[in-house]
Design a protein around this ligand. Structure first.
Ligand SMILES: Cc1cc2nc3c(=O)[nH]c(=O)nc-3n(C[C@H](O)[C@H](O)[C@H](O)COP(=O)(O)OP(=O)(O)OC[C@H]3O[C@@H](n4cnc5c(N)ncnc54)[C@H](O)[C@@H]3O)c2cc1C
Length: 381
């Protein structure tokens, strides 16, 4: 079925991004996987091409366009290329609403130009060793002392954790007030007492710097609080999580599509019993099922993108998109790996890397189980 989500401008932009990936990213990604991190220079190069902060108003160096279809183009092209180390979607899709919509004028002037140029890399630190799915269990504190907050605590699994210059830290300003005691505080590179721990050794996404962060009596100016009041952090998070989840769903469908394409090609050429793999009915049936489910997923996700643009994407819509497409991604990649036989288990075949990189998709941004909880609660039993 014809995909009608994009206009001419998006398609042109896709060409630019695809060319950028082929030139500046793909040839180097293997080395970055060995390094466990991507160099900051690639962020700057992407910034020069206008790949960051579409929604950043022009006066702060952005394009001033609020259209998630551009974000989707970038996510799809990164996913297709297998460049799982680039934390661009965290910056563009997850962080943009925080730094664009929750900042005051002074903060905008300080942060937005660097955000759009790729000179300021961002991260969000919600998860702690003792609080992942249960965000209300966060124990990091931010205690007000005059014009500062004193931040203490520990975070883990933070995407862009090593490269990040700005970290939005989820902290308790009133530990006894439950969700209403949570505030978002921006901790900046170089603040005394802010230290990075290990760059974590993951199953996949080897070039992504996913790290531990430590905060020990970090004195953060009160001017770095997001939002006009204390205690609004939980609401701000809930407001922005649907966009994060949609971005993950976009990547899920793109990953499934890419692996399907590669597998169909493989089955055209690989011979067994004197015939190509595609001549076996089982191969055709497996691929037929996967292609059907992936295309159906694509259309739901495209509809979600338009709903987000219209500010109508609900928490429940996004939860459905997130869990279903990421579970599908894992299923598609696993079955496609099987169709590759032993070669599917070899890292020289893209399906093997896709299998490792994709596994986390049902976990971060809220697990499949938590997505089902969100959907289940909407039935109002
Ligand atoms: C590569 C990677 C990158 C990440 N990036 C970031 C980031 O940038 N910022 C950030 O803040 N976090 C990040 N995370 C953390 C991620 O969001 C959490 O890992 C995730 O939310 C799950 O939390 P947890 O790991 O503590 O698992 P737990 O919450 O301990 O869950 C363990 C299991 O129990 C299940 N479970 C938990 N509660 C329930 C329930 N109520 N009902 C049913 N089942 C339940 C879960 O679904 C899961 O299967 C990242 C994680 C990874 C692996």
């Amino acid at each position: 079925m014809q995909r009608d989500l994009f206009d001419e401008e998006h398609l042109l932009f896709r060409e630019t991004v695809r060319e950028f990936m082929a030139r500046e990213v793909v040839p180097h990604h293997g080395q970055w996987e060995k390094d466990g991190i991507v160099p900051r220079e690639v962020w700057k190069k992407a910034g020069e091409l206008g790949m960051f902060g579409f929604g950043v108003p022009e006066e702060y160096g952005g394009a001033g366009i609020t259209d998630f279809r551009y974000n989707a183009v970038i996510v799809e092209e990164i996913t297709r290329s297998g460049a799982s180390g680039l934390g661009f979607s965290l910056h563009n899709d997850v962080m943009a609403p925080y730094v664009v919509e929750l900042t005051d004028e002074e903060q905008k002037q300080r942060w937005l130009p660097g955000f759009a140029s790729g000179e300021i890399i961002t991260a969000i630190a919600m998860t702690e060793p003792g609080a992942g799915s249960d965000l209300q269990g966060v124990r990091t504190t931010a205690v007000r002392e005059g014009d500062h907050y004193v931040v203490n605590g520990q975070k883990t699994f933070i995407t862009n954790g090593i490269n990040a210059d700005l970290v939005v830290v989820v902290a308790k300003t009133d530990p006894d007030a439950g969700a209403r005691g949570t505030t978002l505080i921006v901790v900046e590179r170089g603040m005394e007492g802010f230290n990075r721990g290990r760059n974590l050794d993951k199953v996949g996404m080897k070039a992504q710097d996913t790290a531990e962060l430590f905060f020990e009596n970090v004195r953060v100016p009160a001017a770095n609080r997001l939002g006009p009041n204390e205690g609004e952090g939980f609401y701000q998070l809930m407001n922005n999580l649907p966009q994060e989840r949609l971005s993950i769903a976009v990547a899920a469908v793109a990953a499934a599509e890419a692996v399907l394409e590669q597998t169909i090609e493989y089955c055209r050429t690989r011979q067994a019993f004197g015939r190509n793999l595609g001549s076996f009915q089982n191969t055709r049936f497996v691929l037929a099922e996967l292609a059907t489910e992936t295309e159906i997923a694509r259309h739901y996700v495209d509809k979600c993108i338009l709903a987000l643009n219209a500010r109508q994407l609900t928490v429940v819509d996004a939860a459905k998109a997130k869990w279903w497409t990421t579970e599908l991604q894992n299923k598609v990649i696993d079955r496609c790996l099987q169709l590759h036989g032993g070669y599917g288990y070899m890292m020289e075949y893209p399906v093997a890397k896709a299998w490792l990189d994709g596994r986390v998709q049902t976990i971060y941004g809220g697990t499949t189980e938590i997505m089902k909880e969100i959907i289940g609660r909407s039935f109002d039993f």
